[in-house]
Structure formats: structure tokens, C-alpha cells
Design a protein around this ligand. Structure first.
Ligand SMILES: C[S@@+](CC[C@H](N)C(=O)[O-])C[C@H]1O[C@@H](n2cnc3c(N)ncnc32)[C@H](O)[C@@H]1O
Length: 254
């Protein structure tokens, strides 16, 4: 009998945005307790697949809870259901969205950044530096004070949502109802993974994680329950690969 232990800690990172249990077309709303248990279960299972220096980036929004609150951050319910070290919370601030009259208009979601080993993890500071520098030429003793690649990034990221509509639809827009903006996922991929890393997205949707991984030379494995979204992701992957091949200079082509 074959008894050698197989190493299942295959993934360098898990990057995902799960269903929020808010009645989107791809989910049946579960009782809250059941949703938290389901989330806990998949978070525990994927955490086991991450390698010892790996990372989990979990994008979460808000849900209404009857008689408790109008918009409860999902991170309040799930943050300690991940058996990893919570390194930091990133606030993703998007500039436009629904305008509310009786509440403040919602303009953020969170990305929880977990690591398996709090002393050894990937963080590529220089690849995600903030170009928005107020005084780029400011000097001290004749030397530039600010890093020419940009200033150190903060934990608040301003990135527009993927929009729909006549004359305002994002270039990357697919028919998927809850698509990650490519600028957000690119920043996560560049900042928290390395070239040739293997990334898992258990809720791939329109395939944004695939898109970013392919363009940034990472491998990606993903799961999606709805066949029409798989089709969207498949076509997107095909387009990205074709575009990437066209960008390879002719002399390097086989
Ligand atoms: C928030 S969306 C992800 C969107 C994705 N980040 C993108 O950029 O398009 C969540 C996705 O999870 C899928 N999903 C829901 N339950 C699932 C399950 N049990 N296994 C795999 N995918 C599932 C939904 O169909 C939906 O496409």
C-alpha cells in the first residue's frame, strides 16, 4: 500500500471574495448561524492547503442582521474563524456607489490579510508603493527625502469599483454581478505573492484572480459553482493568454 504522506500545503496564497449571504443571484441566503459555520468550515479547509510561509487575503463586505444592525461588517463575524495570524486589515475605499439619504453612503469593504507565520511572509513593499507623493522633490542635506518609487503604502486603498451602465461601464466589466476590480487584485497579487507562486481562489466568479495571476506570472487554481460564470472566466483567461502571447517580442516566439 502507498503510505507516503502527500504534502497538501501547495498554495502560496489564497485570495478570494466569498458569497456574503445577501441574496445575490448566485447564493441562497442561509440562517446567520449556518452561514458562519459554512464560512468557518471552508476557511479552515483552505487554510490547511497554504504553505508554512503563505498568506490568505479575504475580501469582506457588510450584511444586515435583523434587530441587530443595518450593515454589520462581515469581518466582525468571521475574523477569528480563520486559523491563521491576522496581520492587518486593509480598507478598500471605492469612490462611487449608491447614495443613501438616511445613512452615510457606503464606500468601503475590507481585505483581511492573514499569514501562517507572523515572522516570515511575502510583502513586496516596492511593488505597491504609493505614487501619490505631495512633494516628490523635497530634499534633506541634498538628498531626496522620498523614495523615487513612491511613498510607503497605507492600509487604506482607493480603488474604483467595477461599474456598469451606458457611458460609464468599466473596460473590464463582464456579466458577473460582483466582479473584483483588476486594480485591487493586481495590488494584492504584486504586494503579497511572488512570481511563480501558486494562488488559490475558491470563489473565482468572473476569473479576476486568474486574469491577474496570468498577467503577473503566477499560477492560479480556482473553483466556481455556476457553469455560466465558469464560461465567463474561461473566455477571460483565453483572451488574457492570447494578448500576452501577442506581447511577446517576435524573436522570442517559438
Ligand atoms: C463574490 S463572487 C466572486 C467574484 C470574483 N472575485 C470576481 O472577481 O468575479 C463569489 C462567487 O462564488 C461562487 N460560489 C458560491 N458558492 C460557491 C461554492 N460553494 N463553490 C464555488 N463557488 C461558489 C458564486 O457563484 C460567485 O461567483
Amino acid at each position: 500500500m502507498y503510505t507516503e504522506k502527500i504534502n497538501l500545503q501547495l498554495f502560496d496564497a489564497v485570495i478570494t471574495s466569498p458569497p456574503y449571504n445577501i441574496g445575490k443571484e448566485y447564493e441562497d441566503v442561509k440562517p446567520l448561524k449556518e452561514y458562519v459555520e459554512w464560512s468557518s468550515d471552508w476557511l479552515n479547509n483552505v487554510s490547511k492547503l497554504i504553505n508554512p510561509c503563505g498568506t490568505l487575503l479575504l475580501n469582506l463586505g457588510y450584511i444586515p442582521i435583523e434587530d441587530k444592525g443595518h450593515a454589520i461588517p462581515l469581518s466582525y463575524l468571521l475574523w477569528d474563524k480563520v486559523p491563521l495570524y491576522l496581520n492587518q486589515e486593509i480598507v478598500w475605499n471605492y469612490s462611487a456607489g449608491v447614495a443613501c439619504k438616511n445613512f452615510l453612503s457606503p464606500r468601503n469593504e475590507k481585505v483581511l490579510w492573514y499569514v501562517k507565520d507572523k515572522t516570515n511572509y511575502t510583502f513586496n513593499l516596492d511593488l505597491i508603493r504609493d505614487q501619490n507623493v505631495k512633494y516628490p522633490n523635497s530634499k534633506r542635506k541634498g538628498k531626496l527625502r522620498v523614495n523615487t518609487l513612491g511613498k510607503n503604502p497605507s492600509d487604506v486603498w482607493e480603488i474604483a469599483k467595477v461599474t456598469t451602465g451606458y457611458n460609464r461601464s468599466s473596460n473590464e466589466r463582464t456579466p458577473h454581478p460582483c466582479q473584483f476590480p483588476i486594480d485591487l487584485i493586481d495590488r494584492l497579487i504584486l504586494g503579497f505573492t511572488n512570481e511563480s507562486d501558486i494562488v488559490l481562489d475558491p470563489f473565482i466568479g468572473s476569473g479576476t484572480t486568474f486574469d491577474s495571476c496570468i498577467r503577473n506570472n503566477r499560477y492560479c487554481v480556482g473553483f466556481e459553482i455556476k457553469s455560466d460564470y465558469c464560461e465567463i472566466a474561461k473566455n477571460r483567461i483565453k483572451d488574457i493568454i492570447e494578448t500576452k502571447q501577442q506581447l511577446i517580442p517576435i524573436k522570442y516566439k517559438a
